[in-house]
Design a protein around this ligand. Structure first.
Ligand code: ZN
Length: 270
């Protein structure tokens, strides 16, 4: 026994010899991937697609193998997709554009996140995005849609002013079903892109939609629509939550602003 030796090793009984069986004793035919149970196939595909060591080439080879493997692999690869469209000015994301084929990737997305600019891209929900997202829910696998409005406030264009001389207090819209409520809001909410966005939220059959805005800016407009402060006290734009983004109750947004119309600015005495 050496200086660093261990008694337990010196007296350990020898392990029985490992027997290796040749697979040929059991099966001489070809290995068929689809003979494996679905859970095993799933694990193998995940190793190829999601492992840090795997490359784009590996994924492409896998997708091109055949339609059945493509379908199984695409459901893993496109399980969650983030479209960060903050750089797109008025054009649709290619991922949500174009007509559907049997291998259109977006049909395999389960969770979709879209980060977009309000003025530049909101209109798309009344057009190509609306169609694409409805198809993804009806013919594809879309279960959850998270929308993040990335536009920052205040921005005089957004509020519908001709120039910056106006103050925010001058702009009001009538809102609510009975048109009985007057709130301070950007004129943009009365325009077609915003109204079509509300229509999309209300009519799309996507099982779960969540809407987020920049937490720093919510007091300028969104404060009316977020969940209440955990302590129950009135927010008045003070509470920003703990995250970068703040969740908005989109159904209360739809209720309040569907069909909103502008009211003439308040006349001030000179
Ligand atoms: Zn608030």
């Amino acid at each position: 026994m050496g200086k660093f030796g261990s008694r337990s090793i010196a007296f350990r009984r020898k392990a029985p010899p490992i027997r290796y069986y040749s697979p040929t004793k059991y099966w001489n035919g070809p290995f068929r991937f689809f003979d494996l149970p679905p859970e095993l196939r799933d694990n193998i595909l995940k190793l190829i697609l999601l492992d840090w060591d795997s490359t784009t080439k590996d994924a492409v080879h896998l997708f091109l193998t055949n339609k059945r493997i493509y379908t199984e692999a695409a459901s893993i690869f496109y399980y969650e997709v983030l479209l960060d469209n903050m750089h797109l000015k008025g054009t649709a994301d290619p991922f949500l554009a174009g007509s559907l084929t049997a291998v259109t990737p977006r049909l395999h997305v389960r969770n979709l996140i879209i980060r977009f600019l309000m003025k530049e891209q909101m209109y798309l929900f009344g057009e190509s995005y609306g169609t694409a997202l409805r198809e993804m829910a009806e013919r594809g696998k879309l279960q959850s849609l998270r929308l993040e409005i990335g536009s920052r406030f205040p921005c005089y264009e957004f509020w519908g002013f001709e120039d910056e001389l106006f103050t925010y207090d001058d702009v009001r819209v009538v809102a609510g079903k009975a048109k009985g409520t007057v709130i301070k809001a950007p004129l943009f909410v009365t325009k077609e892109p915003f109204q079509n966005f509300l229509k999309f939220l209300e009519e799309s059959k996507i099982p779960k939609i969540t809407l987020f805005v920049d937490a720093e800016d919510h007091s300028k407009f969104w404060c009316l629509f977020h969940r209440s402060h955990p302590s129950g006290k009135k927010c008045d734009g003070e509470w920003k939550g703990n995250a970068r983004v703040l969740k908005i109750g989109w159904s209360s947004l739809v209720r309040a602003l569907k069909g909103a119309e502008p009211v003439a600015p308040v006349q001030k005495d000179c």
